[in-house]
Design a protein around this ligand. Sequence first.
Ligand code: GLC
Ligand code: MG
Length: 530
Amino acid sequence: MLRETWWQRAIIYQIYPRSFQDSDGDGVGDLPGITRRLRYLVDLGVDALWLSPVFTSPMRDFGYDIVDYCAIDPLFGSMQDFDELLEAAHSYGLKLLLDLVPNHTSSQHPWFIESRSSRRSPKRNWYLWRDPAPDGGLPNNWLSEFGGSAWAFDEASGQYYYHAFLASQPDLNWRNPHVREAIHNVMRYWLRKGVDGFRIDVLWHLIKDDQFRDNPINPEFKEGQPPHWKVLPLYTTDRPEVHEVVAGLRKVADEFDDCLLIGEIYLPPKRLVAYYGKDLEGVHLPFNFGLLETNWHARKIAELIDEYEGALPAGSWPNWVLGNHDRPRIATRVGGAQARVAAMLLLTLRGTPTIYYGDEIGMTDAEVPAGLVCDPLGKSVPALGRDGARSPMRWDGSRFGGFSETSPWCLCPDEGPPNVTEEESNQASMLALYKRLIKARRHNPALTIGSYHPLVATGDVLLFRRSHPGCPSVMTALNLGDQPAAAILEGIRSRGRVIVSTLAADRDGEAVKDEIDLRPHEGLLIELLG
Ligand code: GLC
Ligand code: MG
C-alpha cells in the first residue's frame, strides 16, 4: 500500500438497522435510533459504521431487494434523518458506510417493471432473460441460493429471468454498460452526500457465463447441506470478467477522496484475494470470512491465518470478520467462554476487524419458533434461518430490552443479561473486555499497522506476535480449549507483562518469562519488554 489509509487502523461496526434502536415505537429500528446511540459507539471505540440497506424496499429480503437506490425507506426514516445521522456521525469522527446492492433489484424496481413489460423493452437487456429450453423447461440447471431453480417464468413475455436469490430479486445484467452507468451513478449520489464508502453485496456474483452453460453436478453433495450446493457454481459466480466490473466500481470510488470499498465474497483465500485486483485496482477490502467458516480449533485457525496471510498480494491490506447478519453469532457458534477468546483474536490479528452489533455484549442467537420465521431463507431452508442472529440489540433489562416500546419485529429474548446497561457497570463483562481490547489496540500501533509473526504452539494454544518499529511488540496467547494449557516461548528472548486477560483483570501486569500458563478458555495479551 503506497500510503496509509484511514481504514488500516479502523474498526468497522456493522449495524443491522431494523434491530439496533427503534425511535418511533413501531417495533422496527430506524435511522434516528442509530443517531441516538452514536455516543455508545464512540465509547466502545469503533471508527466506522456499516449500515445494512436502508433504501426503499418491499422488504422481501429485508432491504436487500431495492426499489429505489437513492431513497430512504420510510420504515427507517426520511432523507433528512439520514442527513442528520451522517452529520452527527462525522461530528463524532465516525465514518459511515452504506450497503450497495448491485447484483439484483427488487422485482418492483421501475427498471424491472420496464424490462419485463415486453421483449422489445429498451430495458429488456438490463436483466437476464432466456427462452425456455427446446422442451419448454428451464433454460439450464442454475440454482437459487434461497432454494429451487434460479429461473422464474414470466407468462406475459414467455421468457425466464435469472435470480440468484428470491424470484422477487431479479439479477441485473452487468454486461450491459447502461446498468454499470446506473449503479455508478448511485454510488456518486451517496458519495457526493459525503458517505465514506460501501460494503458491496455478493460481489462475486455480478457476472454470469455468457453462454449460460449448465453448472457441474457436485459429486460431494450431502443431504442436509444447502440445496444449491447440489451444483458447483462454476458458471454463475467468480467469473473471470467480474474483475473488470470491480475495477469499474473502484474507478468511481477513486473519483472521491478516501472512499472505502469492501466486497462481500465467500471464496477460499486464493480466489478471494483476486478481488484486490491485479494491480490493486479492485476493492480495498474483500471481506475475509475465514473465521465465520472455520472449525474452532487452534491448529485450524493457525492454518487459516497462514493461508490467508500467504495469499495476500503485495501492498494489499487484510481484514477479519467474526459475525454478520447472515450467519449464527460467534457466541452461539463457539459458546460464551470462547467468544471472549474470539474477541481477542479478532482485535489483535493483522487487518481491519469488523464487529457485528451485539457481539460486543455477547449476544447469542434468539430462538425463533417455526411459526415466527421472517427470513425468506429460513422459510425455505430452516437450518439456515438468519432471524436468530438479527434479534434486537439489548440495551437494558426492560421488557423489550430498551430497543423499542413495543414488541419488536423479530423475537428478542426479553429478560436479563446480556444487555448494555448491565455490562457497562460490570468490569468482568464482555463489553468491558471489548473496550479494553480496543483501547490496547489504539494505544500501540503494533496491533494495528504492525507486522504479523506466527509463533510455534501446540494443542489448543494459538500464539502470535505483532511488531512495529519504535513500539513494544505484543504477543497474543489464546487457549481455545477448556483445560489449562501452557505455551513455551521458543526463540523469543524477551520478558513481558500481561496487559489484558480475557477472563479477569487479576493478571494485569503479571510478569511473563519463557513460559505462559493459560487458564481454560483464557486469552492473554502480553506486551514484550525487550
Ligand atoms: C447478501 C446479504 C444477504 C442477502 C443476500 C441477497 O449475502 O448479506 O443478507 O440475503 O446478499 O441480497
Ligand atoms: Mg422505528
